[in-house]
Design a protein around this ligand. Structure first.
Ligand SMILES: Cc1cc2nc3c(=O)[nH]c(=O)nc-3n(C[C@H](O)[C@H](O)[C@H](O)COP(=O)(O)O)c2cc1C
Length: 286
């Protein structure tokens, strides 16, 4: 930890914070210890989704700042194939909430951002140039838009968390993709990828750092190492269960949860028809 300008007491505090965030992120004695540290890394490791918000409006200029942070993300070939709709109107947020599993936080958070893979802009520009737009119909460009939107959104999340605000992604807007597109008056070739509730976290509701899989499960060196890593998965089931118990959440083994999610098309909560929904929004998915 090269923190030359810090006093010994501050340095100890920083080391304690680093070790504590690492422990919370893994709850695993086998987890690596942090070797370098700074405030950006502390913000990243301290991430937690927020689902209880105060009604307090966001500070002036927050939206502009978050969009600037989002636009600072890398973009495939700088095509910038994403857009975002900022929904502040409570009636519209309420309607969107109903389309996304009636999630209360969409109504409560003062700002709901819907991140879009926006191929309509590319199509418009090319058409205005008098060009064909055959390439737009290939899966590759939709993937570029989805990746761009995700990178942009996550930059906004890091920025808002660094400001003490909180957020939660809402993938459930894909349960009813066409209806969400209708609510936002999206033209064809624009896909709502996910939403993001943003607001001031309610301090009365405790939150915590949800542990992640041991690194040995997700990190491969040089080539992919197959195998189920049963011991690490068992440690993760235990770590997540202890988090769930501490936060009075239903205790469910992670391996059972992922098994349930892949069991049947219906396990995807309506999203098994995503391919058809995208075709209905004008994507040909060639
Ligand atoms: C793309 C995406 C979609 C998500 N959709 C929802 C959602 O619809 N509702 C919700 O409550 N949380 C949603 N989440 C939040 C995840 O449940 C959460 O990130 C995960 O449980 C890990 O918890 P943490 O963010 O607190 O670390 C989503 C997260 C991502 C990345």
């Amino acid at each position: 930890m090269p923190q030359d300008s810090l006093s010994p007491a501050t340095l100890t505090a920083v080391r304690d914070t680093a070790a504590s965030l690492f422990w919370s992120r893994y709850r695993d004695d086998a987890a690596p210890a942090p070797q370098v540290w700074n405030e950006v890394i502390a913000t990243l490791l301290d991430h937690r989704s927020i689902r209880s918000f105060l009604p307090t409006p966001l500070p002036a200029g927050t939206l502009d700042l978050l969009v600037a942070a989002a636009q600072s993300a890398a973009s495939s070939s700088n095509l910038q194939v994403w857009s975002v709709v900022a929904v502040e109107d409570k009636a519209r947020r309420t309607r969107l909430s109903k389309l996304a599993g009636s999630q209360k936080h969409i109504v409560d958070a003062p700002l709901f951002l819907v991140w879009l893979a926006d191929l309509a802009r590319l199509a418009d520009i090319a058409t205005a140039e008098g060009a064909e737009i055959e390439g737009i119909h290939y899966l590759e460009l939709l993937l570029v838009g989805i990746v761009d939107a995700a990178l942009a959104a996550q930059n906004a999340v890091v920025a808002l968390e660094s400001l003490g605000l909180g957020s939660v992604y809402i993938g459930a807007i894909r349960n009813n993709l066409e209806a969400v597109a209708g609510e936002l008056a999206l033209p064809p070739l624009v896909m709502p990828v996910f939403g993001l509730c943003i607001g001031h976290p309610d301090p009365a509701v405790a939150t915590g750092i949800k542990p992640r899989l041991p690194q040995e499960v997700v990190l491969h060196h040089e080539t992919y190492a197959p195998g189920r890593k049963l011991d690490a998965l068992a440690r993760y089931n235990a770590a997540l269960s202890s988090f769930q118990r501490e936060h009075n959440l239903a205790v469910e083994e992670w391996t059972s949860k992922v098994t349930e999610r892949v069991r049947t098309p219906e396990s995807l909560a309506g999203r098994h028809r995503l391919g058809q929904a995208l075709r209905n929004l004008g994507f040909q998915l060639r």
